[in-house]
Design a protein around this ligand. Structure first.
Ligand SMILES: [Zn+2]
Length: 112
């Protein structure tokens, strides 16, 4: 098990046997780091993570609200549920559409 992923996050309390887990397996993480909320966990070991951001539209000199989402791997030790606030990091392609993995779950921030 890795004590640190170089992201300033504490390792999870639970353990898992998954080789695709960044903490307990051999999956290495690099690239983009994003924070979002879990929208759906219907897919096997996968969570759809959505985040909102604002973008300036020059024509109207105003901001518009936008949202984006991505599929992220959800290892057993993370066990993120719908509505949880999570941190995801880019990793190698785990499937056709999955190249992010959940590295941290924040239940306290979940009600937002
Ligand atoms: Zn794990």
């Amino acid at each position: 098990m890795k004590e640190n992923l170089g992201l300033g996050l504490n390792p999870p309390k639970e353990k898992c046997e998954d080789h695709k887990c960044p903490w307990h397996g051999s999956l290495s993480v690099r690239g983009k780091i994003l924070e979002g909320v879990v929208k759906s966990t219907k897919t096997h070991k996968t969570a759809t993570v959505e985040w909102k951001y604002i973008k300036f539209v020059r024509k109207y000199e105003r901001y518009e609200r936008r949202k984006s989402s991505v599929a992220a791997y959800n290892p057993d030790c993370m066990n993120a549920k719908e509505g949880d606030s999570v941190v995801i990091v880019e990793c190698r392609a785990l499937s056709k559409t999955k190249h992010f993995v959940i590295v941290h779950v924040d239940k306290a921030k979940a009600d937002k």
